[in-house]
Each structure stands twice: as structure tokens, then as C-alpha cells.
Design a protein around this ligand. Structure first.
Ligand SMILES: [Zn+2]
Length: 69
């Protein structure tokens, strides 16, 4: 599948670890949600794509719900 940004097929899969913060929260005690996705990086323009796994996705959704309170 070509890159959505530049159309290049020069893409490579990597495994990554990523700590997702809730930018709207100034509270630094708010835990980071760690995800370990497989990412696809476009080697021409640098666009990276990945899907957050279901379990971590729920964590992110929960964080939003807490913030909306
Ligand atoms: Zn690209």
C-alpha cells in the first residue's frame, strides 16, 4: 500500500514502543499509556502509520472520559 502522504512505496515495517501522553492534562502524575505497535514508516517523507492495540485503546478512551468529567 503506497504512502498516504507522498504516494511512495518505499516503506518499511518496524516494531516500536511509544508512551502516549494526554496533552490536555497538565497533571504530570497522569500515567502514560505505553503501546508497542508495529509501525510502517515511509522512507521518503517520514510519515509513520500504526494502529493502537485494543487494550491500550481502551486506556486512551478512559483517559478522555476522566478528562470530560
Ligand atoms: Zn511518504
Amino acid at each position: 500500500m503506497p504512502c498516504k502522504s507522498c504516494g511512495s512505496v518505499n516503506q518499511k515495517k518496524f516494531s516500536a514502543e511509544m508512551g502516549i501522553h494526554f496533552p490536555e492534562l497538565k497533571d504530570i502524575d497522569k500515567p502514560v499509556v505505553w503501546v508497542f505497535p508495529e509501525i510502517v514508516v515511509c522512507l521518503d517523507c517520514g510519515t509513520a502509520e500504526f494502529a493502537v492495540p485494543q487494550a491500550e485503546l481502551r486506556e486512551l478512551a478512559k483517559g478522555d472520559a476522566t478528562e470530560a468529567r
